[in-house]
Write a protein that binds this ligand. Structure first.
Ligand code: ZN
Length: 218
């Protein structure tokens, strides 16, 4: 144990790491510094949106501003496994307060082809893998983005809604192998259009319950 700590101290001296948010030097086990961590909302939120969407429950870890906003932006553009782990712990904290239904499977909102190409990694799947490992919920890929012609600018709200409707599809053969109780995770809940559409098609394909958990809500 002492040897391990000495080794960590040595590694930290030789290869100092810095907080991705404020640039302060990190202690050996930290992913972000203590000061930044303190600024994250202390408790997760539950929001009653009953009757307003196709999902059954909605929970989020923090407001999409300040440190949580920065953290998500940094993570989306730099595929750091340590940040995926830190953010997975954020969702795990929601699970501790608002546990998923027993027997639920974990799934995530898939990236668009454009975003996958730009970032070179599937940021929600990476996070979901860490979350599955930490929570014990089995990870199951249930959603996929349909191939489509690129985004057009200047669409009306109705046309944009239509585009979201046609965007995702359910991998039914994977869904059939589950209990039908789904925990759907995403990074940010803005209008809710994406998670709502994903919930709609999951229900249509036979899911009995969809709980949405996001890192943040704007
Ligand atoms: Zn910091």
């Amino acid at each position: 144990m002492y040897v391990l700590n000495d080794f960590k101290d040595l590694a930290n001296t030789l290869f100092p790491r810095f907080c991705p948010l404020c640039g302060k030097r990190l202690k050996s086990d930290e992913i972000i510094c203590a000061e930044c961590k303190k600024k994250i909302d202390p408790l997760p939120y539950r929001e009653s949106l009953r009757g307003k969407g196709f999902f059954d429950d909605f929970y989020y870890r923090a407001a999409y501003k300040g440190i949580m906003g920065k953290l998500i932006k940094v993570y989306k553009f730099a595929p750091r496994p340590s940040l995926a782990e830190f953010l997975a712990e954020g969702i795990l904290e929601i699970f501790e307060r608002f546990p998923p239904l027993p027997g639920s499977v974990l799934t995530y909102v898939p990236p668009t082809f454009k975003s996958l190409k730009e970032k070179g990694f599937d940021h929600m799947k990476t996070l979901a893998k860490q979350l599955s490992r930490k929570s014990g919920l089995p990870l199951c890929t249930l959603l996929e983005v349909k191939k489509q012609k690129g985004y057009q600018v200047g669409l009306s709200q109705e046309e944009r809604r239509e585009q979201i409707r046609a965007k995702y599809m359910v991998l039914s053969e994977n869904l059939y192998r589950t209990s039908g109780k789904v925990v759907l995770i995403d990074d940010v809940f803005t209008t809710g259009a994406t998670v709502n559409e994903c919930s709609r098609i999951l229900k249509l394909a036979g899911a009995s319950h969809v709980s949405v958990y996001t890192l943040a809500k704007s």
